[in-house]
Design a protein around this ligand. Structure first.
Ligand code: ATP
Ligand code: MG
Length: 445
């Protein structure tokens, strides 16, 4: 993309309404604009990051054997009356009447709709295990939407639902989800810690939340710092291997890690003092096993191998995709702007032309731009007639992990400058080597 054709409405001033750094930077970098309280338009740069996160979520869910699908944002109230949640959900549910006077709602989550789809189509243990998921906009009429996309009213969420014949297989689905979530966050360049959580209105006792540590997080968290050293890395995971999934879950759930809702000071004190940490955290996902809560209420049964008809065991699993955009910025920024982890960066490299209009510099930049595109490096080329300082400030603000700077002085020696956004370190290289270096870096991502 050429900057001269890109819609990137950068703000010079710090917006007064934004209380936390990710919200300020998302507004300043032209990623989002508020449409109404807690409801945002995603401008091209923000949309690109959202899509990158969505792609990673899909890839990791499909790798775990889960089925992507898409359910609507609007749902009929009747299904929610069946489960009893139409009345229980309260003010957070946005209720709508259509022209025929029928009650609809903008879905805050999808247990009822998916259970309805399941009961109408699946009747036998032979079709299990089954996990269905979608990534769709949700609406919760939060009393105090704030912090930009972190606590919106409309937000983008991955929600998945497992259906299993009995509790042990449903627990395997739970473990599989935990492992797939760990992989998902790790690929995004994030450390998200699974913490034992309280279940709330969805019901069930087996639940973990995934929290990213950040001072601006809304939850208070208590953890053993040993958990920060755990990494899946490039180990191969076989999602059909129950034992492997269980042992990964054990590895991650053995060190103490709880939110204030489940915190137990006496147990916490068994952790060696120097490893006992208290902090704030942002909830970026949650997994639940809730047994037959919805299948009982909605009569979703399967025939077992022995010929009995039993209610199916279920769990639900969510990732806050739009919240993650803010959470990643909270975890990765400096005074000059955002620092995107390579896997989620909106563009992989920025090209800065120090002397737009100079024939040689323009030619070199054009060549680099085309070559970078051909290599799949998705470059953003700042081809505007701005001063160098302004171009650098824009690149720093929008946080692309790498920048190639092209100027007449370097070109005399046949070199350009490759700069890392995170470390600020620069290196002079030929344009070919600079691109080769980037291809190598991104090959592993
Ligand atoms: P919270 O406790 O933050 O209100 P929740 O526990 O009600 O969230 P879940 O039902 O677990 O939310 O939804 C799954 C994920 O969706 C959450 O882990 C979070 O990342 C995201 N999410 C929930 N509510 C919002 C919101 N209002 N704005 C943005 N993301 C949200
Ligand atoms: Mg939650």
């Amino acid at each position: 993309m050429r900057m001269s054709r890109y819609f990137l409405p950068i703000l010079k001033e710090t917006p007064a309404e934004a209380q936390i750094v990710s919200h300020r930077l998302m507004l300043r970098a032209g990623m989002i604009r508020q449409a109404a309280a807690g409801i945002y338009s995603w401008l091209p740069l923000g949309f690109k990051v959202l899509r990158r996160l969505e792609d990673i979520v899909h890839q990791e869910q499909i790798r775990a054997g889960h089925n992507p699908m898409l359910m609507p944002t609007l749902q009929s109230a009747d299904l929610w009356r069946e489960s009893g949640r139409y009345d229980d959900y309260g003010e957070e549910m946005l209720r709508i009447k259509d022209r025929h006077g029928r009650d609809l709602l903008y879905g805050p989550t999808n247990e009822e709709l998916i259970t309805d789809i399941f009961r109408n189509n699946v009747h036998s243990y032979k079709d299990l295990p089954l996990t269905l998921y979608h990534i769709q906009w949700k609406f919760r009429d939060e009393i105090r939407p704030r912090f930009g996309v972190m606590r919106g009213r409309e937000f983008f969420m991955k929600d998945g639902y497992n259906f299993d014949v009995d509790k042990p297989s449903a627990i395997q689905a739970y473990n599989r989800h935990m492992v797939s979530y760990l992989r998902t966050y790790e690929r995004m360049g994030l450390k998200a810690i699974p913490m034992r959580a309280a279940s709330g209105p969805i019901g069930g006792d087996n639940t973990h939340e995934f929290l990213v540590l950040a001072d601006t997080g809304e939850s208070e968290v208590f953890y053993d710092s040993a958990i920060l050293d755990l990494k899946l890395g490039d180990r191969t995971v076989d999602y059909d291997d129950w034992g492997q999934c269980e042992s990964i879950v054990t590895e991650w759930t053995t060190p103490y890690a709880r939110t204030d809702e489940t915190h137990d000071q006496a147990v916490f004190e068994n952790v060696p003092e120097e490893r006992r940490k208290t902090s704030r955290g942002i909830e970026v996902g949650q997994i639940f096993y809730f047994g037959t809560k919805y299948s009982d209420a909605m009569n979703a049964k399967v025939v077992t191998q022995d010929g009995d008809r039993v209610p199916v065991h279920m769990g639900s699993h969510g990732i806050g995709v739009s919240r993650l955009v803010g959470a990643i910025i909270e975890a990765s920024h400096d005074d000059n702007g955002i620092i995107w982890p390579e896997a989620v960066a909106p563009f992989r490299v920025g090209i800065v032309n120090l002397k737009q209009g100079d024939e040689e510099a323009d030619g070199a930049c054009d060549g680099l731009y085309k070559a970078a595109m051909a290599l799949g490096l998705d470059p953003l080329y700042d081809d505007r007639s701005e001063r160098a300082g302004a171009k650098f400030a824009t690149m720093d603000l929008i946080g692309l992990p790498w920048r190639i700077t092209v100027g007449p002085r370097g070109l005399k020696n046949g070199v350009v400058e490759l700069t890392c956004r995170k470390t600020g370190e620069s290196e002079e290289l030929t344009p070919e080597l600079a691109l080769q270096r980037l291809s190598e870096i991104y090959a592993g991502i």
